[in-house]
Design a protein around this ligand. Structure first.
Ligand code: PMH
Length: 387
């Protein structure tokens, strides 16, 4: 029995090619050269790809740090044996400072009062690693005022319970071809840095888009997210990517039922699709509860290397496709990925849903097992439901 069928019991799964992730990181590292650290962004379950598998691959490929959004995501990585440095990019509760320090998890600070409160929650002798966030124009979190930054720096230096490990900002438009706003943000960040009396170990600003397009001596680390997964930060950037990105994720299913509808018979809730002639219809065990949302009605899938449409409304756990002819139950169907000469990219699904590729990989649900490919072989399966 192959690994795949032992570890999950419904024929819908996502394949994650860790070799591709490794290659994307290696290409970025070559581009960065020496002296610039790589922070691998594995928040949101590694953009839907699976946190510890991607984290391990990133570290193998030479990533220096991992980034997550919330402390719980960092703790989940620690629980799975990841000992590498981790930075929580978002807001942590000051009450969690002792836990973060104990687990050697770096946190983001963006005001003085947070640090004072965190200090009160640390145990004697503990040291909390802190990265200070500067809001240079994203308008999300961060220090916007030089005087406050100076006060934060002196507090961090004064108090032995803090290690001022890094300072960073985040760009709002680095993926847009017009660079005006990016340049303004960079100038704000540089001005803020000049207010400091010293420099922490890590200074980081660039996301994928900025690191794929620009280099600046002001930063000595980059935060690589979407490009690690082989996806372009924006459609506008596709023609100017400095190296090829290899999409890591595919989404697969199998026909679980095949029948012939007689002309005039309908399919699914609302009976919105009616056969115009005698038509072959296949059923797939994937639906909106897996992230394959109802707006994907009409989207094509691949079977035997050809494109066929999803017909009728997508149900919670199932959807139907129109087949050109009868196919055996058990035939593999590709919703994202390659089949023969045909391919459906994450970007195609994003375009269909009028959104960005980031949202597509994140929305593939926890009910879909992830099957990992490494060294060109099926390596292991992660089934979140049975964890
Ligand atoms: N750093 C921070 C602070 C981020 O929020 C993100 C992505 C990254 C780095 C990585 O960016 P990249 O994936 O473009 O390389 N954050 C988000 C977000 O909050 N919404 O979409 C992407």
């Amino acid at each position: 029995m192959c690994l795949e069928t032992k570890l999950f019991h419904r024929d819908t799964w996502a394949e994650v090619n860790l070799d591709h992730i490794y290659e994307n990181i290696s290409s970025m590292k070559t581009r960065l050269g020496t002296g610039v650290s790589l922070f691998a962004v594995v928040k949101a379950n590694a953009y839907g790809h699976g946190d510890c598998e991607v984290a391990k691959t990133a570290l193998d490929a030479g990533a220096d740090f991992l980034c997550v959004a919330f402390l719980d995501e960092a703790l989940a990585l620690r629980k799975k044996g990841i000992t590498a440095p981790i930075l929580v990019l978002g807001v942590s509760r000051p009450e969690s400072a002792a836990l973060a320090a104990e687990q050697r998890i770096s946190v983001t600070a963006f005001d003085e009062s947070w640090l004072k409160s965190a200090k009160a929650h640390l145990e004697p002798g503990q040291v909390l690693h802190v990265h200070v966030k500067v809001d240079s124009g994203m308008g999300r979190i961060g220090i916007r005022d030089e005087t406050e930054l100076v006060n934060v720096e002196s507090l961090l230096k004064r108090e032995a319970c803090f290690n001022f490990q890094g300072i960073f900002t985040h760009f709002a438009t680095a993926d847009e071809l017009n660079t005006d706003y990016y340049e303004e943000q960079l100038a704000v960040f540089k001005r803020m840095l000049t207010a400091l009396t010293g420099r922490p170990e890590y200074i980081h600003a660039a996301n994928s888009a900025a690191s794929l397009r620009f280099a600046d001596p002001v930063w000595n680390a980059v935060r690589m997210g979407i490009s690690m997964y082989g996806l372009t930060p924006s459609m506008g950037m596709k023609p100017i990517l400095p190296f090829p990105l290899r999409q890591a994720i595919s989404l697969k299913s199998k026909l679980v039922a095949v029948k012939q509808l007689v002309k005039g018979e309908s399919v699914s809730y609302g009976a919105t699709y009616t056969a115009k002639a005698n038509e072959w219809i296949g059923t797939l065990p994937i639906g909106y509860a897996d992230g394959w949302i109802r707006k994907l009605q009409g989207q094509e899938v691949l079977i035997d290397g050809i494109r066929v449409p999803i017909v009728g409304r997508i149900c919670m756990d199932q959807c139907m496709i129109k087949l050109p002819t009868s196919f055996p139950v058990g035939t593999e169907v590709t919703l994202i990925g390659n089949d023969g000469a045909e391919s459906i990219t994450v970007d195609e699904i994003a375009a269909k849903l009028e959104t960005i590729n980031y949202e597509i990989t994140c929305m593939i649900g926890a009910r879909v097992p992830r099957l990992y490919i490494k060294g060109n072989q099926q390596k292991h399966v992660r089934n979140f439901i049975l964890e």
